[in-house]
Design a protein around this ligand. Structure first.
Ligand SMILES: *Cc1c(COP(=O)(O)O)cnc(C)c1O
Length: 349
């Protein structure tokens, strides 16, 4: 008997292009994008700029490169950049911000968010003889390591207004901005409005095989073009990726609500266990980050035992685990996952 494919909740990046997405890719007219001659890519970039209500947008191979390019365009080496605690830039980019932009990251707040007062208190003034100048604030929305939490938009607006007043640039790491939009009912254009530069991913919940776009003013995006090339990310016939992105924008945004509901199902079931530490109010989108109590098994053991039972999840710390729902897992899968994890955690398996 064939063993069933595992239920893979390690990330929403594991989704595979559907047959219809592959067909759209195969049919895409393409050209050399570095001459600006890939018609499908031009269409995607214009569409994303319009959706985000920015002047221009630029495709990059990954969200990590988008974050690196944003840092290089908005800062100078030696600058100080304010980010949320456990930002993707701090944990998941192999030190890229230090190596590529030469900046230091200052983590503030808690659980993925911070207040305007915390931001103001962290800003190091310019022109001081010993302080590194704070020239950029970066907000991650939704926040990956904090369990997909949404940054309250009124606070975003106050922080960005304060930044503008102090001539500090603003960047939104919106790898999962589509999730925030669907969960909060706010259009991505409203979520992006306060920021100079914004990234959105096609390869997370939207299910495309790759690509992140940076959007902002024409002037800033022109600078991004240069840094994309400098980092080796300028490519040629990338309309195939753009076609997948356009397909994803047409078909895979509204359905993110299902991922959020599925994540909630697992969260609610797990929170019934006294061995699980989980604040259900943090389960707002498609990412579940939970703790294992001191008297329970540790994260690596849970991950290994879950794998034996056909469920893939990630250890994010010694007693911290992450599971992410996405378009290749169904509600039934999520019910099974909850049962399997509970059985292991509560010692029934
Ligand atoms: C995944 C992610 C990125 C970058 O992703 P790539 O894997 O490099 O495409 C950036 N920011 C956040 C918040 C992410 O979750």
């Amino acid at each position: 008997m064939k063993t069933p494919a595992p239920i893979d909740l390690r990330s929403d990046t594991v989704t595979l292009p559907s047959a219809a997405m592959r067909a759209a890719m195969a049919d895409a007219p393409v050209g050399d994008d570095q001459y600006g001659e890939d018609p499908t890519m031009n269409r995607l970039q214009q569409r994303v700029a319009a959706v985000l209500a920015k002047e221009a947008a630029l495709w990059l191979p990954s969200g990590t490169m988008a974050n690196q390019v944003a840092l290089r365009v908005l800062t100078r080496p030696g600058d100080d950049v304010i980010v949320s605690k456990e930002a993707h830039a701090v944990w998941h980019e192999t030190g890229g911000s230090a190596a590529n932009a030469g900046v230091q990251l200052n983590e503030i707040g808690a659980r993925g968010v911070f207040t305007t007062a915390q931001f103001r208190a962290a800003v190091k003034p310019r022109g001081h003889i010993i302080y590194p100048p704070t020239t950029l604030v970066e907000i991650e929305n939704s926040h990956n390591r904090s369990g997909g939490v949404i940054f309250p938009q009124d606070e975003v607006e106050r922080i960005c207004a304060a930044a503008r007043e102090m001539e500090i640039a603003t960047y939104l790491d919106g790898a999962r901005l589509w999730n925030t939009s669907v969960a909060s009912g706010r259009p991505v254009s409203a979520l992006a409005a306060p920021f100079d530069l914004v990234s959105v991913a096609l390869s997370k919940g939207l299910g495309a095989p790759g690509g992140t776009l940076l959007a902002g003013s024409r002037e800033l995006v022109a600078k991004c073009v240069r840094h994309r090339r400098m980092l080796g990310g300028a490519m040629r016939q990338i309309g195939f990726f753009a076609a997948a992105g356009l397909y994803a924008l047409d078909h895979n945004i509204e359905r993110l609500a299902e991922d959020h509901a599925n994540c909630r199902i697992i969260g609610e079931r797990l929170s019934e266990s006294t061995h699980v530490e989980l604040d259900l109010s943090s389960v707002q989108t498609n990412i579940l980050v939970f703790g294992l109590a001191a008297d329970a098994l540790d994260a690596n053991t849970l991950v290994a035992r879950a794998r034996e039972r056909g469920v893939l999840i990630s250890a994010f710390g010694p007693r911290t685990v992450r599971a992410v729902t996405h378009l290749d897992v169904s509600r039934e899968h999520c019910g099974q996952v909850a049962k399997i994890l509970l059985d292991i955690i509560d010692g029934r398996a």
